[in-house]
Design a protein around this ligand. Structure first.
Ligand code: MG
Length: 400
């Protein structure tokens, strides 16, 4: 049962290219199906979340992360009377624009692209679904509904929002210029994303040996549930119980966060009493943690940042990944013909165009951002063997 403030596919703001409705599917279910079948979605399986893929088969990848976000998002959406299909579509698409090698890759590409408008992974996710997927005869991209695209573009700098607004007045860039909120379904995905990675990074962190259960006792949000689990199942203390204490604590922590979001958001919705999805967009953010859970969640994030994401071993591998992407970027600038044919064609089509240099750099960024970790590694090896890696950038873009 959809609440009045949920997004209703029958009242979608529609697609950029009008299409007849699909038989037997709502517009958001159709979006979800398009996302699951696209190439960028399949690449998520070989893209790093926090740990490099080759470090172990059980660590999260962007794909399993996205599935966990969709699961958490859908179950909260159901309780809140929101549109589950839209939440699922946004969750499955939210990381499509991520580079190989996680945040290290994104930082490296952003540095390389600094003279050409920078690189933001949220904006790249939108580029993937709006332009880069080549599957349909009539248009580029997946031609998703406004509501899914609105959710995919989670953050956006003002300068990029202005560019989007110029091409699509009152479109998905608009809210970043006005300071308004997206749909509740989009807000819910943001929080589901946060809940998912906080939980699975504890699991992956302990699995990798970079953080320990003892260290986690500093984190109230986790430790409350560790104690609760031990009080109920004393045998979880034993070696023979393996990882069950970790899993039981994380399971309880996830459950408590989900219930907290449902309770706090229901309260906010009762107070604000929006009558439609459009009214929601004019209100402050309504999907939220309760105050206490919000504070505890921040403490956990802080812990993970310092103990895990900035762990010397993580920094070492991400440093190497960063170098690799920089080298690839410079190599393609000097030897654009080394990219795959459709990118080579796009690259040369921009020669002689007024903003050709920026456009050509964007083609390289699109190519690199689309790579999986292992494709990037293989490409780096291939170019190194062929002696095509260049130290500094060549004059490709400077030529008149
Ligand atoms: Mg995410």
């Amino acid at each position: 049962m959809l609440a009045a403030y949920a997004c209703d596919p029958a009242h979608s703001r529609g697609r950029r290219f009008a299409q007849a409705p699909a038989l037997g599917r709502t517009e958001y279910q159709r979006d979800r199906d398009r996302i699951v079948h696209c190439s960028a979605f399949r690449r998520l399986v070989y893209k790093t979340q926090v740990f490099l893929n080759h470090e172990g088969d059980l660590f999260r990848t962007r794909l399993t992360h996205s599935l966990e976000v969709a699961q958490l998002g859908r179950s909260m959406a159901r309780s809140l009377g929101l549109n589950e299909d839209l939440v699922e579509a946004i969750a499955l698409a939210h990381d499509l624009g991520h580079t190989p090698f996680g945040h290290a890759g994104q930082d490296a590409l952003n540095e390389c692209m600094a003279p050409f408008g920078g690189f933001e992974h949220n904006l790249q996710s939108l580029r993937v679904v709006d332009q880069l997927e080549e599957r349909y005869p009539q248009f580029d991209g997946l031609n998703l509904t406004f509501e899914t695209r609105e959710g995919v573009l989670k953050h956006c700098s003002r300068i990029h929002a202005e560019e989007i607004e110029a091409g699509e007045p009152d479109g998905v860039g608009h809210r970043f210029l006005r300071g308004t909120q997206p749909s509740l379904e989009a807000q819910l995905c943001n929080l589901a994303d946060e809940i998912a990675y906080n939980a699975h990074d504890i699991d992956d962190g302990v699995r990798s040996g970079l953080i320990t259960l003892d260290q986690l006792q500093q984190v109230a949000l986790f430790d409350d549930f560790r104690r609760q689990s031990l009080a109920e199942f004393a045998h979880l203390q034993d070696q023979a119980a393996g990882r069950r204490l970790l899993y039981e604590s994380i399971r309880r922590m996830l459950g408590a966060q989900v219930h907290d979001v449902i309770a706090a958001t229901s309260r906010a919705l009762r107070q604000a009493a929006p009558h439609s999805a459009d009214e929601v967009r004019q209100m402050p953010a309504l999907v939220q943690f309760g105050e206490e859970m919000g504070t505890k969640s921040l403490v956990l994030k802080h812990f993970l940042l310092h103990q895990l994401y900035r762990h010397p071993r993580v920094l070492q591998t991400t440093g190497q990944a960063r170098e690799m992407l920089r080298a690839l970027f410079n190599a393609y600038r000097a030897h654009p013909q080394e990219m795959q044919p459709r990118f080579v064609a796009r690259f040369y089509a921009l020669q002689g165009v007024s903003d050709g240099a920026e456009g050509a750099a964007r083609v390289i960024a699109d190519y690199i951002a689309g790579m999986t970790d292992r494709f990037a590694t293989r490409e780096h090896e291939r170019l190194m063997k062929s002696d095509l890696l260049v130290e500094s950038s060549s004059s490709v873009f400077g030529a008149p």
